[in-house]
Write a protein that binds this ligand. Structure first.
Ligand code: GZL
Length: 326
């Protein structure tokens, strides 16, 4: 081989190696770099069956995708998520992903990630930041849509009722996107008919314990409750305990419409205790890992990726139970 041809071959090889290493950050996770993609993930907490399933999905998908996952549980505290994100920045991860416990108060720390040239992906819940450059994509459900689906069921269920239909509402974590949006989506539908009256509404913080406690208070303060709208199944399951301890029948004395679609709620539905469940899909892991790889490789990704999900009547839930993953 001539000297010129050999030199061209070496130069070509050099370019290939540099390109591979150059496309990654310090995690150098570019194509063909041979280094593992490093993702820092800050999870809300472990407050509900939905969250447990979401965490399992993310951890299993990372393993399957060969991604090094640095995982932090914030125990539902924003300050813990901010600390975790700062730690990921210090560790120079390739991508940061998180489910913001509340919508506000993220601009400062997300700016720090941006200044460190670390892309951020939002999963499950979003933020109210006006600066769209602070994150590259939001993967998760449409919570307003979920609230509307719950409202639509109620309107149909009580179409022939004269009213009033007294509703109590167990709200999710105060300030969180699912609580804000499920409340507004539901209200937008039921406000069309004055017979529907939300007589009490309070946060149960997405947990069974708090859901039971607040439902006990509703049962004491409200002379007549026809319907419970719970922003998630764990609060609905806690409320069922309170309703039964008060000597009433959940699903008939007090009808219940809930959100998430976790296995325990489907069991309650098969027992006639929950009347309708709007699914919120927690299995975001595979999509997140695929997104993270694309983002790190510098590929264009959609700004908003909406998860597909359905609704369940008691019969549908009973049929789905045997194969329900979460
Ligand atoms: C919704 C998610 C909510 C679930 C709750 O995407 O953020 O948080 O509905 C969970 O069960 O606690």
């Amino acid at each position: 081989m001539s000297k010129r041809a050999a030199a061209a071959l070496v130069a070509g090889a050099m370019v290939a190696v540099l390109t591979a290493c150059g496309s990654g950050g310090t995690g150098s996770a570019g194509k063909g770099s041979g280094h593992k993609l490093v993702v820092g993930f800050s999870q809300v907490g472990a407050e509900s069956g939905w969250r447990t399933a979401n965490t399992k999905s993310i951890q299993e998908s990372a393993k399957k995708a060969g991604v090094e996952l640095k995982f932090s549980d914030a125990q539902q505290k924003q300050e813990n998520q901010i600390k975790a994100i700062r730690s990921f920045i210090q560790q120079k991860v390739d991508v940061i992903a998180f489910s913001p416990v509340v919508e506000s108060g993220w601009d400062t720390v997300l700016k720090e990630a941006k200044d460190a040239h670390i892309p951020v992906i939002l999963t499950d819940r979003s933020v109210d930041s006006k600066d769209e450059s602070l994150y590259v994509s939001f993967l998760g459900s449409d919570f307003v849509e979920e609230g509307k689906k719950a409202g639509d069921w109620l309107v149909k269920e009580y179409a022939s009722a004269a009213g009033p239909v007294n509703i109590v509402q167990l709200e999710g974590t105060t300030g969180s996107a699912p609580a804000n949006d499920r409340k507004s989506g539901f209200a937008d539908v039921v406000k069309a008919d004055p017979k529907f009256k939300v007589v009490a509404s309070q946060t149960g913080d997405f947990t069974r314990a708090k859901g039971k406690e607040v439902m006990q208070a509703f049962l004491k303060s409200q002379p007549k409750i026809d319907v419970l709208y719970a922003h998630n199944d764990d609060m609905a399951l806690g409320a069922i305990q309170a309703i039964e301890e008060a000597g009433k029948k959940p699903g008939s004395d007090i009808k219940i419409v809930s959100v998430d679609g976790v296995k325990d709620a489907f069991t309650a539905m098969s027992q006639g205790k929950i009347n309708y469940d709007v699914e919120c899909n927690p299995l975001l892991g595979d999509q997140l890992m695929d997104l993270a790889k694309k983002v790190k490789a510098g590929e264009q990704v959609p700004r908003r990726i909406k998860t597909e999900e359905g609704t369940f009547t008691p019969d549908q839930a009973t049929a789905a139970l045997p194969n329900r993953q979460y």
